[in-house]
Design a protein around this ligand. Structure first.
Ligand SMILES: Cc1cc2nc3c(=O)[nH]c(=O)nc-3n(C[C@H](O)[C@H](O)[C@H](O)COP(=O)(O)OP(=O)(O)OC[C@H]3O[C@@H](n4cnc5c(N)ncnc54)[C@H](O)[C@@H]3O)c2cc1C
Ligand SMILES: Cc1ncc(C[n+]2csc(CCOP(=O)(O)OP(=O)(O)O)c2C)c(N)n1
Ligand SMILES: [Mg+2]
Length: 574
């Protein structure tokens, strides 16, 4: 029997190693879902909202480094993908979205559910094309897949339902290779310039990010030669922080003051594989050197004196033999001392407050960190769960962290946990959800039971949009629109077939988290945490703050609820 275009599409996905497609079915997708139905090698992961499908595919791609796929039916079905796809695209994870389209003969008539996916998805993709006739398959699909993988980001194929059901013209896949993995290295001359510059500097600080993945050992070795403290940006935490005697914490509003100061006090800042976005945290006096595999990233966030295009591992390996041992460790020592003090003061906050209510969210994060598996995957919602993740989860090279760090969308944690668990059945996956974030895409709690995904959802129930409340307080305006009148999430979880628990006092935290983690199936623990842990920063006046978001300020939130460290012109070491 000859195959149709949908069969050919699914054949190509399967041959390329795609194991599942996340989505919600619909008439225009029938050809594709029907073709998936008949196979064992690819699974349809039925979620309740297409935004969840896109976030889930992004999480799979983040963890595996391979292409992941989501799909939505025509019009509203694929429009729901958009926010999740923005997140995938901005996090640079390879995701293919199949956007079904209305019947081809109706395009342009203002037909039922008509939209123009090729225009709608243009902003969140590297490639976005309509397949209007069978002859285009599989070429357009293969270009889309190649683009998503090689440029790392989203590619979209729009395909009308009727075209998917027509007879295929071509037999199978045209592209038969498993993907290129080039190494990229600056030229010999450039490496000499870089080595020279570093050999001449005494106080060097490294700012590393997600682009240091897979180059942990080279990074630590370079830091040793240069006696350089290593600061990380949020997306670099999982790759940089562990087994690292040069670690001085994260920088930025949610970071450690030690991270900020190590950057402020250096003579040379060496940025490696980072796109840390907040300009005000960069030093103004230092010589700035940047290494990134993408030339267009150089000089994007701060003034730049030297830029080098190369992948981290290859570049650092080539650089290492050219570096001399820096004999001056004063800068490193001061930075480490500062870090240990900052770390201690944050750790003190995670100690439970005897058995009094409310529960400190830091305590919850600390206990979770202690109980979680060695290779757990954590997802964290945008909001205060991002803070607890940055400050209280310990990395070890096997654990992973996924968040919506670049796009900054709420409600990411549960959907990303779905993708993580679907792609790693036996692994512990923990969603650190806000009560606002969970409620935003609450419907997909049902997916955990339907798809048998034993995700553990820990809800930081503070009855508010706490992060926004903090921003409002910092800006000197009254909280408004931040109250949450929440349901009993534990009961909702039970109703949805999950284990549902409710921790009301500090002594509930550890046993309930342990019970949930040990449970053979999906579980939810709602923890009643205090609403405001990090309150109005008194060192910043209303006048200073007016019109600015917290992220515009040059300030690191102290862990204590009573102060913010205003770093505008302070230099601890001079
Ligand atoms: C509520 C909230 C608060 C936040 N607060 C903070 C904060 O206080 N501090 C903070 O750090 N972040 C914070 N973030 C996250 C922040 O917005 C950025 O997403 C993050 O800082 C970027 O981290 P990164 O530089 O590691 O990763 P990316 O932005 O992903 O940058 C990675 C860079 O590495 C390059 N690269 C990739 N692969 C390679 C390779 N093999 N070799 C060389 N280069 C490579 C890429 O081209 C890119 O330029 C916050 C996010 C949220 C949602
Ligand atoms: C889709 C979306 N809407 C709004 C925002 C603005 N925002 C950022 S954090 C936040 C509050 C999150 O509340 P919750 O999930 O309860 O976490 P909390 O900060 O209370 O712990 C909001 C509304 C956003 N980032 N994304
Ligand atoms: Mg909340």
């Amino acid at each position: 029997m000859s195959k149709n275009v949908a069969d050919l599409l699914v054949d190509v996905l399967v041959e390329a190693g795609v194991q599942r497609v996340y989505g919600v079915s619909g008439d225009s997708l029938n050809g594709i879902t029907d073709s998936i139905r008949t196979r064992n090698s690819i699974q349809w992961v039925h979620v309740r909202h297409e935004e969840v499908a896109a976030f889930a595919a992004g999480a799979e791609a983040h963890l595996t480094g391979k292409l992941a796929v989501c799909a939505g039916s025509c019009g509203p079905g694929n429009m729901h993908l958009i926010n999740g796809l923005h997140d995938c695209h901005r996090s640079r994870v390879p995701v293919l979205a199949i956007a079904a389209q209305i019947p081809s003969a109706e395009i342009g008539s203002g037909y039922f559910q008509e939209t123009h996916p090729d225009q709608l998805f243009a902003q969140c993709s590297h490639y976005c094309e309509l397949i209007s006739q069978p002859e285009q398959m599989p070429r357009v699909l293969e270009i889309a897949m190649q683009t998503a993988v090689s440029r790392r980001g989203v590619a979209v194929v729009a395909i009308p339902g009727d075209v998917a059901l027509r007879q295929a013209v071509h037999e199978g896949r045209r592209v038969h290779f498993s993907g290129a993995q080039p190494t990229v290295c600056p030229s010999e001359d450039e490496l000499n310039i870089l080595a020279d510059l570093l050999n001449r500097s005494e106080r060097i600080t490294i700012l590393g990010g997600a682009g240091c993945a897979g180059a942990h050992d080279e990074l630590v070795e370079v830091a040793g030669k240069l006696q350089a403290p290593i600061v990380h940006a949020m997306r670099g935490k999982e790759f940089i922080e562990y087994d690292n005697p040069f670690d001085v914490g994260m920088t930025g509003l949610l970071g450690f003051s030690s991270g900020y100061h190590a950057m402020l006090n250096c003579q040379t800042l060496l940025m490696i594989g980072t796109d840390f976005p907040y300009q005000q945290f960069f030093p103004t006096q230092a010589t700035v050197v940047q290494i990134d595999v993408r030339g267009e990233q150089l000089g994007r966030r701060t003034k730049l004196d030297f830029g080098f295009v190369g992948d981290t591992k290859t570049t650092l390996r080539a650089l290492l033999p050219k570096l001399q041992q820096n004999q001056d460790d004063a800068h490193l020592k001061k930075s480490l001392e500062h870090y240990h003090a900052a770390r201690k003061s944050l750790d003190d906050l995670a100690i439970p407050n005897s058995n009094k209510k409310p529960i400190h969210p830091q305590h919850v994060a600390r206990v979770l960190d202690k109980l979680a598996a060695e290779n757990a995957v954590f997802t964290c919602d945008v909001g205060t769960p991002t803070i607890w993740t940055a400050r209280y989860l310990t990395m070890n090279g096997k654990r992973r962290i996924i968040g919506s760090f670049t796009h900054g969308s709420m409600a990411n944690a549960l959907p990303q946990a779905i993708g993580a668990q679907a792609s790693y059945a036996g692994r512990q996956v923990i969603s650190m959800s806000g009560d606002g974030g969970l409620a935003m895409l609450l419907g997909d709690l049902l997916t955990l039971r339907q798809q048998n995904l034993p995700v553990k959802v820990i809800v930081f129930k503070n009855e508010s949009l706490a992060f926004v409340e903090l921003e409002m307080k910092a800006a000197g305006i009254l909280d408004f629109g931040t109250d949450l009148h929440n349901p009993d999430f534990a009961k909702i979880a039970e109703g949805a077939g999950l284990l549902g628990l409710r921790a009301e006092t500090p002594d509930h935290v550890e046993p309930m988290l342990a019970q949930a983690l040990a449970y053979d199936g999906p579980a939810l623990v709602e923890v009643l945490v205090s609403r405001q842990e990090l309150s109005m920063p008194p060192t910043i006046t209303v006048e200073q703050a007016k019109g600015f978001s917290l992220f515009m300020m040059r300030a690191v939130l102290s862990g204590r609820g009573d102060e913010i460290i205003d770093l505008a012109k302070v230099n601890l070491f001079r």
